[in-house]
Design a protein around this ligand. Structure first.
Ligand SMILES: [Zn+2]
Length: 397
């Protein structure tokens, strides 16, 4: 009965899903407040609350008595109702977590997992790790509401499949969502690592920012765009590929993408390491470059400052075009802190329009190397708890 009523109201402003959003936001907590806010009849409201209670999405709590009399029953979102499996798979390094529905980490692991071993080997490792971590936290696979995975390459948003990922041999078109979904029995969402880092940083550190750009400077360079508090992926999921914007100082350099003159080919961690090797300084990748900067190696310091200015030059145009309120710099190279941020700020503030930079904050990532895994969990939570998904879950029941 309840289910039929809900299915009829599915998608409406005050369906069970919308009610859950109101309770999550804390806009209203008691029946009286909910009636006032939604305009629902008390009987209809009771049915929807019962539906949410039956799935344990919400729990009743007793409100403090403010004006004497009987304490009112309030309802709060139950962030322990389900668990989320989240993974940030990088080129060589993976971070995996089990979280609740408020992105609180229940278990977390980091491991060296080279992505170039291919999808079967990598995902089998991930599956086993998820299963071990679920056991560790005392949860079963039935409690998993979704799985979020970040990959270090372009991902087609509609299918969740990597498309021509340059550093992921064997992964092109691989059905990651289906492979994991069949084995774990929950929806799987896949996105590129920069997008999930932007989501994680926005959720955990900058929830008030309406327009945010997260720039990952690691081996390569990419950015995730939060526009009007939502991730902007573009038509195919390729938005934010700033690493392959042409810059004047790189016109004689061939990028790994095959083009000439890409930002990444001068300011990416791999490019900087190669330049250091060319002058006899040992550096295998972006982490080594940062290590050298921290140790005070003059060549590395000069290189990273110049990289900051190069990145700033591209971002100055993006600031004029997009007018973000926050630019967050993340990835390995961001660990060099002010050495990279100073040049970047200098160029952006001098090259962008004054109106665009008036209230612009340029900062290093607060979440650091956890931004991706937290963002993978956010991606799942926002999907599973969206009003449409919640209403749909009752229709399917
Ligand atoms: Zn390129």
């Amino acid at each position: 009965m309840t289910v039929r009523m809900l299915s009829e109201a599915s998608g409406s402003f005050t369906g069970a899903g919308a009610l859950l959003t109101i309770l999550r936001d804390g806009q209203a907590r008691t029946r009286a407040e909910l009636v006032q806010l939604t305009g629902l009849a008390r009987s209809t409201l009771a049915q929807r609350l019962d539906a949410l209670l039956s799935r344990q999405w919400i729990v009743p709590t007793e409100e403090a008595i403010s004006s004497g009399g009987r304490p009112a029953v309030a309802f709060t979102f139950n962030s322990s109702a389900r668990v989320v499996l989240a993974a940030d798979l990088g080129a060589t390094h993976a971070r995996v977590a089990v979280t609740n529905l408020a992105t609180e980490v229940l278990a977390e692991r980091a491991a060296e997992v080279p992505i170039d071993r291919g999808p079967e080997v990598t995902l089998t490792w991930l599956l086993r790790t998820f299963e071990e971590m679920l056991a560790e936290t005392g949860h079963s696979v039935e409690e998993v509401c979704g799985i979020g995975v970040g990959l270090p390459g372009p991902v087609e948003h509609s299918s969740g499949r990597p498309i021509n990922p340059p550093i992921m041999p064997g992964w092109d078109g691989f059905p990651v969502p289906e492979w994991l979904g069949e084995r774990l029995g929950a929806p799987v969402l896949v996105d590129n690592d920069v997008n999930i880092m932007a989501l994680g940083e926005h959720w955990a550190a900058r929830p008030g920012a309406d327009h945010l750009i997260f720039v990952k400077v690691g081996t390569g360079i990419g950015c995730g765009i939060i526009s009007d508090r939502r991730l902007h992926r573009g038509a195919q999921g390729a938005a934010g590929d700033v690493g392959h914007i042409r810059v004047a100082s790189a016109l004689d350099i061939i990028c790994r993408c095959g083009n000439v003159g890409c930002l990444e080919a001068v300011a990416g961690g791999a490019a900087m390491a190669a330049r250091l090797r060319a002058v006899g300084v040992e550096a295998a990748g972006s982490r080594d470059v940062v290590g050298l900067v921290r140790a005070g190696n003059t060549q590395a310091v000069q290189l990273i400052r110049q990289a900051g200015r190069e990145i700033g030059d591209v971002l100055a145009s993006i600031v004029n075009f997009f007018n973000p309120s926050v630019i967050v710099i993340g990835g390995d190279v961001a660990e060099a802190g002010e050495q990279v941020l100073a040049g970047l700020r200098e160029v952006i503030y001098s090259r962008s329009l004054p109106l665009a930079t008036q209230h612009l904050t340029i900062t290093a990532s607060e979440l650091g190397d956890r931004a991706g895994v937290i963002g993978a969990a956010v991606m799942v939570i926002e999907h599973v708890l969206s009003p449409d998904s919640v209403d749909q879950s009752f229709v399917q029941a």
